[in-house]
Design a protein around this ligand. Structure first.
Ligand SMILES: Nc1nc2c(c(=O)[nH]1)N[C@H]1C(S)=C(S)[C@@H](COP(=O)(O)OP(=O)(O)OC[C@H]3O[C@@H](n4cnc5c(N)ncnc54)[C@H](O)[C@@H]3O)O[C@H]1N2
Ligand code: MOO
Length: 400
């Protein structure tokens, strides 16, 4: 039997195996959570003209002494029609067009107004165009504002719209099927006898996937029978990615591998040299990719972060699909690494990482109390409190 693959090699193989999803033009807001399939070029410049960055008065350049006569107003969306001459001021609001002839915006806090007369009471701006946003300072027409492969989040949605786009090129949403398998599983909300365990992995994996970027179909719990598992795989027809959980190991009732073979899939590799998550199984049939995640909930979660999410991002066209590793100090001494590279649950409190003493791959309470994984190399040295370790952040929203 082949030796378990090193993690990076397994990730590289998975990403190379991931089918690219077809392109489409999606409405900008509909593209949230996906990745640009081509660079995005600005169709307009921003700002389109010189604007005021503050509420105050627009003056002619170098006309800084005053007093001035207020001759009109430039409000946001309602420009001043005339030209500002020396000795004149135009009332101006934040975001309003700078009138012709103006080169200074005086803050309203720096002057007093009586009727039409405006006098300087504070300090004029230095440099004198300090409160002016120049045309095109953010981006110009024709600027490549976003690269291909960039993730579309709230800021990218805003930028694409500001750059004049109603639609953006992306890959279509991924169709992901999730199968819970195991004779011992009870469906959510049904009675759970002593020989059973609630099927929690499917719901956990569905919650982990980026909802905006995929259509998720759930199957199971499927019993540990070859015909039932093959039937469940057939029911996933049309899926781009199938995630199974459970039955990936070597026991008599671990039937995911034979079921995949009976269904006609080609196994690419089985087993990765990490803990938890060793029995990871990867297969492909046509354009459908299958990742068999180990059944232990923590193993499922860890391998979903390290393998399933990167594959999904690669299918969606992400430029950088792999999880980001950060260097953070540990709050307590870490024992030397064991035989397998281990991803230990930890809690990052914003300053340092607290390793969770619980290392059993079925322990959900410890998983729910963690927001990161500490990457402990195989046979690595002991790490003293305060030293930095590699950490994969898994849920920074649980930073409390
Ligand atoms: N002799 C050996 N035994 C095991 C090995 C090994 O190398 N030799 N590997 C161990 C490792 S490591 C893991 S991880 C597990 C993974 O096994 P499976 O993927 O076959 O998972 P199951 O045996 O089906 O289940 C394991 C555990 O997880 C629970 N489970 C399964 N599915 C779900 C679900 N959808 N929701 C919640 N909990 C689930 C299941 O009840 C079991 O308790 O194998 C070791 N054994
Ligand atoms: O690889 Mo298993 O996930 O240690 O329990």
């Amino acid at each position: 039997m082949a030796a378990p693959l090193p993690m990076e090699e397994a990730q590289a193989r998975l990403i190379a195996l991931a089918p690219a999803l077809p392109h489409e033009h999606a409405g900008v807001e509909d593209a949230l959570g996906r990745y640009l399939a081509a660079p995005l070029t600005a169709l307009r410049r921003q700002p389109a003209a010189d604007l005021s960055a503050m509420d105050g008065y627009a003056l002619a350049a170098d006309d800084l002494a005053g007093p001035w006569q207020v001759v009109g107003e430039s409000a946001a969306g309602h420009p001043f029609a005339g030209r500002v001459a020396a000795g004149q001021a135009v009332r101006i609001s934040t975001g309003a067009l700078l009138p012709d002839g103006a080169g200074v915006v005086l803050l309203q806090e720096d002057c007093t107004r009586e009727g039409d007369m405006l006098r300087l009471t504070g300090t004029p701006p230095t440099p004198q165009d300090r409160h002016i946003r120049r045309a095109g300072f953010d981006f110009s027409t024709g600027t490549a504002v976003l690269n291909a492969g960039t993730g579309i989040g709230p800021a990218q949605v805003a930028l694409a719209i500001a750059a004049g786009h109603a639609h953006v090129p992306v890959r279509r949403r991924a169709r992901v099927a999730i199968i819970d398998s195991g004779d011992e599983l009870s469906a959510i909300g049904t009675p759970c006898a002593a020989h059973q365990i609630p099927a929690s992995n499917g719901a956990m994996l569905a919650a982990l996937l980026p909802a905006a970027a995929c259509h998720i179909a759930r199957h199971g719990p499927v019993p540990d029978r070859l015909d039932a598992l093959v039937g469940a795989l057939e029911a996933c027809a049309g899926a781009d990615l199938i995630l199974t959980s459970g039955g990936a190991s070597v026991g008599d009732h671990d039937l995911i591998r034979p079921a995949l073979e009976a269904w006609g899939a080609t196994i690419d590799f089985w087993k990765v040299a990490i803990r938890p998550g060793k029995p990871l199984l990867v297969a492909r049939k046509g354009d459908t990719m299958v990742i068999g995640l180990p059944g232990n909930p923590v193993s499922s979660m860890v391998t979903a972060h390290l393998f399933a999410l990167p594959v999904l991002r690669a299918m969606l066209g992400a430029a950088a699909p792999l999880p980001v590793t950060v260097r953070l100090p540990v709050a307590q001494d870490l024992a030397p690494g064991g035989q397998r590279r281990e991803f230990r649950r930890g809690f990052w409190d914003g300053t340092q990482v607290w390793p969770n003493p619980m290392r059993d791959s079925s322990a959900l309470a410890a998983m729910a109390a963690s927001n990161c994984l500490i990457d402990c190399p195989a046979d690595g040295p002991a790490v003293a409190a305060g030293q930095q370790v590699n950490v994969v952040l898994t849920n920074i929203t649980t930073l409390v």
